[in-house]
Design a protein around this ligand. Structure first.
Ligand code: ATP
Ligand code: MG
Length: 279
């Protein structure tokens, strides 16, 4: 098989009152190169835990993660290097994810050095300049430190850093949640462009249904550590089967006033129905 496959993943953490709390309860998903998969679910549903396990940053209790047919948690040597290079991540908070003591040149060029893609400093610098251009930043940005940039610009730097090593799959954990709305749209468009230009597979974690609808071919809805609904994006959102997906959709902001009004009416009905079922 190709791409990244997560099969029946379970993960628990020690619970506050003793024992363990299951955070992932048998989750499976798959991303092929060139495909964009959305992962949505409310805060605490296990999205970031799933990503950490899928990237080999944490070991699941059971289940497996395979990349290009090899078992990630047992991979060593060349298989592990290939995985670390070809599957990259962009985190939610561009203020915390970039080392403030490194220049943009060092940040974006680090992977080229670590993976021995471009040992020559002059050629590395040329690659960094090209990558910055690709994400819409001037080449002379490379001489500055992250603190000199806005949130949206920092997220572009983080994307350039991830793209430097020619990944095949980009995992984005709520990459625009910390940005304001106009900047969100620019970063989303950048990801969409990179996907078509480079044939990247993207796993896109979000709260925002509108963004997932725009960007993703298919979507998984996670609730309390389980996938409760999945399928092609328009099928899932066009006819949501699970109450949880309906609730998420009803809570999403809607640009169309008529639809927004219809949703407010739906929420009112749901509240009344819930009150009616109270003992
Ligand atoms: N290292 C950890 N130790 C103990 N509990 C953890 C740990 N990491 C996550 N959890 C718990 O697991 C649950 C799922 O957390 P996770 O961060 O995966 O949620 P999420 O869906 O990414 O939420 P958000 O949308 O807020 O980012 C939470 O209840 C969290 O408190
Ligand atoms: Mg998270």
């Amino acid at each position: 098989m190709t791409g990244l496959a997560v099969t029946d993943l379970c993960k628990s953490y020690p619970a506050a009152g003793g024992g363990r709390r299951e955070v992932l309860k048998g989750v499976s998903l798959r991303i092929d190169k060139g495909e964009c998969v959305g992962l949505i679910g409310e805060s605490g549903s296990g999205k970031s835990t799933l990503i950490r396990c899928a990237l080999g940053l944490e070991k699941p209790d059971s289940g497996r993660v395979d990349y290009e047919g090899s078992f990630v948690h047992e991979a060593t040597g060349p298989d592990l290097l290939l995985f670390r290079r070809e599957v990259q991540i962009v985190f939610q908070d561009p203020f915390a994810s970039l080392n403030p003591r490194m220049t943009v040149e060092e940040l974006v060029g680090e992977g080229l050095l670590v993976h021995r893609i471009e040992p020559s400093r002059a050629r590395r610098r040329a690659c960094v300049a090209e990558l910055l251009g690709r994400v819409g930043l001037e080449a002379d940005a490379m001489h500055r430190y992250p603190r000199a940039f806005s949130g949206g610009q920092r997220q572009r730097i983080a994307i350039a850093r991830a793209l430097a090593v020619s990944p095949r799959i980009l995992v984005c954990d709520e990459p625009v949640s910390a940005l304001d709305v106009s900047v969100q749209a620019q970063v989303i468009n950048l990801l969409a462009d990179m996907r078509s230009a480079l044939g990247l597979g993207i796993l896109f974690v979000a709260h925002d249904i509108g963004v997932v609808r725009y960007l993703c071919d298919s979507v998984l809805v996670l609730a309390e550590g389980r996938v409760v609904e999945e399928g092609p994006t328009e099928t899932v959102f066009g006819d949501p089967q699970h109450d949880y997906t309906r609730a998420l959709m009803a809570a999403a902001p809607v640009p169309d006033p008529a639809e927004a009004k219809a949703r407010r009416a739906l929420r009112r009905q749901q509240r009344e129905a819930a009150r009616g079922s109270e003992p």
